[in-house]
Write a new protein. Structure first.
Length: 617
């Protein structure tokens, strides 16, 4: 019998031991296949890989691969640890180190091939269902069912390569140790690695702070490393404080206090590792979910803040027949409800940086056109207008000097709302008519034409007509459209919402799987322990409370702390976004808590049932 036959019989005779690892691998393949099925859909074949939409799809595939690698690696680590006694027996019967590694490799290859087939098959079966969901979320794409040959090929190549890598790494995870160590591995209390983690934190934290101050690009991976170490250290500190309080108040020796403390301490490293991973994933899921859910809902509001007009026309070259182009645009739009147009003249103070000045009468016309408040300025006053819709406008040093030369020293106020396409100007300064007339004599004068209609989101027909009538080359003239921006942004955000939602669901399933894996890993020890306790008269209620306490530590506590992290992140982000996500955050937090409770009760019930069946069989 060859080593491959031996590995195959191991799996076929005891598939129950391999089932969790097999399901983890199959789930990873399934998620990746769903992504590739959308990314390579014929309806998206015109998408440029370097465009925002292309980057969103590529990012989704990349994150899916990284998640799969970490998820499978964690799964196989626990899987190999659980089989330590089997490996000890192999050593006893004389298996060499080379044979030992080959058996582990062959087992992983067989599981990987089965997972590839199962995951791809399930992906194909459910592909139409997920395409229907994507079409419903995105809205403007016909995502019909097709035979995803390219998706199959990419999934087989990339996921197959990933499984090959994991199969090569697997024997390294469980190095050949002394037989007695392998036999006792399941029965040994774990060592604490807090001293090593603390030393690493002392080294890594100053480096991260230094790179952060220097704005170095290497700081991003250091953020992740520092976060992992800090979270691990935090949970260890919480447990130490909890143990201290239990001792001081004598609660440790009341009820199941002693069991709760010793249960956690017995598997302290695995518990802290699981809690760290869970908190990171929980934080990512909630923070991402808020942005993902809020992004498609805010497209209209964002568009209006970035592009204040339905259409904005500009001619940069004097050779362009400006009046003719404006008439052509007006001819198409004037039939629409509430059609308005406005000619805006301004002077360019600095051609390189696009610093412009407006007369206050021109600004008041714009304000009336946009339904805003007008301003009144004296000859020594100025008013600042926003250029990106996000930040309160500020006066630069060079511009301040220019204004001081003209005696403009008093800032009448600011309005961060834009009066042209976001980013079109570097700065916009409104001055009195008298001052403008004086300052603009030696400055380059420019004009933009603004057009507003009521139902600008439904101008697909007008958009096509304008493209035919106004031959724009993008160099000598431009026509900016709120409709075009809205449609592009809506498509991108909708696809981001779909891709992100799938990832968030995958992460949540991953958290539940990692948590249950941690509990399943120690199930044999727990069954032995509680079986002995039951002989001493311990009731079922006591056992259930003790089991729930472990789950609260590894699952509920990371979730609660991740809520604080997500709220802090969204509140910080809210200062730099055009629209607020706080309302979405509140709704998502409620949904998130409900899902968390459901997962908790599901895992807790399954875990308790498994242990109690083993104890009272």
């Amino acid at each position: 019998m060859t080593l491959f036959d031996f590995a195959y019989k191991n799996i076929s005779r005891d598939f129950k031991t391999y089932i969790y690892h097999f399901l983890s691998c199959s789930f990873s393949v399934f998620v990746f296949f769903i992504f590739t099925n959308l990314a390579f859909h014929p309806a998206l074949k015109t998408v440029d890989e370097n465009s925002s939409l292309g980057l969103v799809l590529s990012l989704g595939l990349t994150v899916s691969i990284i998640f799969s690698f970490v998820f499978i690696l964690y799964s196989i680590s626990n899987f190999l640890k659980q089989r330590s006694k089997q490996f000890a027996i192999l050593n006893i019967i004389g298996a060499s180190n080379k044979q030992f590694k080959r058996i582990v490799f062959y087992e992983n290859v067989i599981i990987s091939v089965l997972a590839l087939l199962a995951g791809s098959f399930l992906g194909l079966v459910f592909s139409k269902f997920f395409l229907m969901i994507a079409e419903s979320v995105i809205g403007d794409l016909n995502l019909y069912f097709y035979i995803p040959i390219k998706s199959f090929m990419v999934t087989l190549v990339l996921m197959g390569g990933l499984f090959t890598l994991v199969s090569l790494v697997a024997p390294i995870i469980l190095r050949k140790k002394k037989i007695i160590e392998l036999l006792n591995k399941e029965d040994e209390a774990e060592k604490s690695y807090i001293l090593i983690v603390s030393m690493l934190l002392v080294i890594v934290l100053p480096i991260t702070v230094y790179l952060h101050i220097k704005l170095d690009s290497y700081v991003y991976p250091m953020y992740l490393v520092t976060a992992i170490l800090l979270i691990y250290f935090l949970f260890n500190t919480i447990f130490v404080l909890y143990s201290f309080i239990m001792n001081v108040t004598n609660k440790r020796f009341r009820g199941n206090g002693l069991v709760k403390v010793t249960n956690f301490k017995y598997n302290i490293h695995t518990n802290l590792k699981t809690m760290t991973i869970n908190m990171i994933l929980f934080s990512i899921v909630l923070s991402s979910l808020v942005i993902i859910v809020g992004a498609p809902n805010n497209v209209s509001e964002v568009t209006e803040k970035i592009m204040p007009y339905s259409y904005m026309y500009t001619a940069w070259d004097k050779k362009v027949e400006e009046s003719k182009q404006v008439q052509a645009i007006s001819g198409v739009l004037k039939t629409k409800k509430d059609y308005q147009s406005l000619k805006i003249e301004f002077s360019n103070l600095n051609a390189i940086t696009r610093d412009v000045i407006l007369s206050h009468s021109t600004y008041n016309e714009i304000a009336k056109f946009l339904g805003r408040k007008s301003v009144k300025l004296n000859n020594n006053q100025y008013f600042l207008v926003g250029v990106d819709g996000k930040h309160t406008p500020k006066l630069g040093k060079l511009l301040r000097k220019e204004l001081r030369k003209e005696g403009l020293v008093k800032n009448k106020g600011t309005d961060k709302r834009v009066i042209a396409l976001s980013g079109y100007f570097t700065s916009v300064t409104v001055v009195s008519d008298v001052t403008y007339k004086k300052m603009s004599q030696n400055l380059k004068k420019e004009t933009i034409y603004a057009f507003n209609i009521d139902d600008w989101k439904n101008t697909k027909k007008e958009e096509k007509e304008l493209k035919k009538l106004v031959k724009l080359d993008g160099k000598t003239e431009s026509l900016s459209s709120a409709y075009a921006y809205y449609q592009t942004e809506k498509l991108q955000r909708s696809i981001l919402s779909y891709v992100g939602s799938i990832l968030c669901i995958s992460f949540l399933i991953g958290v539940a799987s990692i948590t249950y894996s941690r509990l399943y890993l120690s199930s044999d020890i727990d069954i032995k322990k509680y079986k002995m306790m039951s002989k001493l008269g311990i009731e079922t209620k006591f056992i259930k409370k003790s089991l729930s306490a472990t789950l609260i530590w590894v699952f509920v506590l990371p979730f609660v702390l991740s809520l604080f992290v997500a709220w802090y992140f969204i509140y910080s982000l809210d200062q730099f976004t055009l629209v607020s996500y706080i309302g979405v955050l509140k709704k998502c937090s409620i949904i998130y808590c409900i899902v968390e409770l459901l997962l908790y009760f599901l895992i807790n019930r399954k875990y308790q049932k498994m242990i109690l069946n083993g104890v009272f069989e």
